[in-house]
Design a protein around this ligand. Structure first.
Ligand code: NAD
Length: 455
């Protein structure tokens, strides 16, 4: 399944028609393919003020095979460099911003580089978090960068994105993984996001092509849609996937498990013995688990005034209680959750913005966010992480069933003017499962193309 309008608007006939009608022309996004370089061109790396990360960032990018350009000194006209030198990304170290006056330096650096940015370009800004600021002026300036980045993300065209990473003192080693993710095609539909990394023991090196080699990954709701895409991406990245879904979806589940060289495990995650059975299965068959993706989810939409108990209870049981119960059982089962384990919980944009007719669903998905935030410190104590991924409008069977008008509006009202694909959610989840992402914990990453809903 793909976003039909994006394909149409980029076809021969379609592109002239949408131009004549003045309709939006969403870009074809740069999505990750194995073997693809991190960026299709060089990156401008600069700092606003005396940044503490610029040197390390330059080294990270060079190690990843990215050519690094120095920023152009002026914000004036084109500097005349030839087309081959147009940057594919701009990385700004804004840790030197100590007050509002230094924000102008961020503008001075970004403006000329962004003007020359190639299609499907990337802007990544790094800054100190407002929470650790020494004065209100410093906190204001750090927070101001959020407004700058989120607005720039809305101004960028041609499939380009802008994201911000807050880096507290001591968390410098955690920066490489999110920066490389945001630059790469893995983050195609992640736009206008703000992440805060934390100090962690980040393993050095690793296999870029198969970062999950040797890992066992459980994916619930893997028989179709986003779950099947997660299974495919995790397997591509080297993991052995244990694909979980309800017995009624057994045939589709087996097909996905076979396709990815994994194993199928039929389990209703809401069954009273589900946690016990999953723990026993992982212990006996695999000697433990490295990655758990809570993806199984359902909708039972009704306005609250018409919401019956069954609709409320089933949504809460699948989307929230099962995630709590399975995670708790895995934490309690001695040795099953391996050191450096990763839990990724699928939330939703509805859990952030709310959605008419979805009080039950949005409550469950907001609950997931509360869950990962509350558990993050305990996971950090084990060298593990727990994060949430909140998809926006993703083109799946679920969204295909929506009425045409609602669906088209839903797909267009984001900065990238298109719906995301299941693979976009899967790539973000697989990135969070990577050993290098050890410093990303208790975060909520939206995969929504910077949706205007709950922005
Ligand atoms: P989907 O309906 O296509 O797939 C969900 C899968 O979960 C199905 O295979 C289903 O059998 C399985 N499942 C349901 N109840 C289960 C249970 N009790 N035990 C085990 N498996 C169970 O949905 P999708 O669109 O692929 O969504 C996947 C996740 O992403 C869900 O959590 C959903 O809420 C979330 N999400 C989707 C979108 C979107 O636009 N599609 C947006 C935001 C969030």
């Amino acid at each position: 399944m793909s976003d039909w309008y994006t394909s149409f608007a980029n076809s021969g006939v379609g592109s002239s028609l949408v131009r004549q009608l003045g309709l939006p022309r969403p870009a074809v996004l740069r999505r990750y393919e194995p073997g693809q370089p991190v960026l299709p061109g060089p990156a401008v790396v600069g700092s606003a003020g005396e940044g503490r990360l610029r040197e390390a960032l330059t080294a990270v990018l060079r190690d990843a095979g990215v050519a690094v350009l120095s920023p152009v000194a002026t914000d004036g006209a084109d500097d005349g460099a030839d087309d081959g030198e147009r940057p594919a990304a701009v990385v700004l170290d804004a840790t030197g911003v100590t007050g509002p006056a230094q924000l102008a330096a961020a503008r001075d650096l970004l403006a000329p580089a962004v003007r020359r940015l190639r299609p499907t370009g990337r802007v990544v800004v790094l800054a100190d978090p407002p929470a650790g600021a020494g004065s209100p002026a410093q906190a204001a300036a750090r927070q101001a960068l959020e407004g700058l980045v989120r607005s720039l993300a809305k101004e960028l065209r041609a499939g380009s994105t802008a994201n911000l990473v807050y880096v507290p003192e001591g968390a410098e080693a955690s920066v490489a993984s999110p920066v490389l993710f945001f630059l790469s095609g893995r983050s195609a539909y992640v736009d206008g996001q703000v992440l805060t990394v934390s100090p962690a023991d980040v393993p050095a090196g690793g296999d870029d092509e198969r970062p999950l080699a040797g890992k066992v990954a459980v994916v619930t709701g893997a028989a179709r849609g986003i779950g099947a895409a997660i299974a495919r991406v995790m397997a591509r990245d080297g993991a052995h996937v244990v694909a979980v879904d309800v017995p009624a979806a057994g045939e589709a589940l087996a097909a996905v498990a076979n396709e990815v060289g994994g194993t199928a495990f039929q389990l209703d995650v809401t069954a009273p013995d589900a946690a016990q059975r999953l723990v026993a299965h992982l212990r006996e068959r695999h000697g433990g688990v490295d990655v758990v993706v809570h993806n199984a989810g359902i909708t039972r939409d009704k306005l609250l005034v018409n919401m019956d108990a069954a609709r409320w209870d089933t949504v809460m049981a699948v989307n929230l209680q099962a995630q709590l119960d399975l995670t708790e059982a895995l934490l309690d089962a001695d040795g099953v959750l391996r050191p450096g384990a990763r839990v990724v919980a699928v939330s939703s944009q509805s859990g952030i913005a709310g959605n008419r007719g979805q009080t039950n669903y949005a409550a469950s998905k907001a609950g997931v966010i509360g869950m990962v935030r509350a558990w993050a410190p305990a996971f950090a104590g084990r060298g593990a992480t727990i994060n949430a991924v909140a998809p926006g409008f993703i083109v799946t069977e679920m969204t295909a069933r929506m009425p045409f008008g609602t669906r088209e509006v839903g797909a267009r009202i984001n900065s990238l003017q298109q719906g995301g694909l299941p693979v976009d959610v899967a790539e973000t989840i697989a990135w969070l499962a990577q050993p290098g992402a050890a410093g990303v914990n208790g975060q909520v990453v939206r995969v929504c193309g910077q949706s205007m809903l709950g922005a």
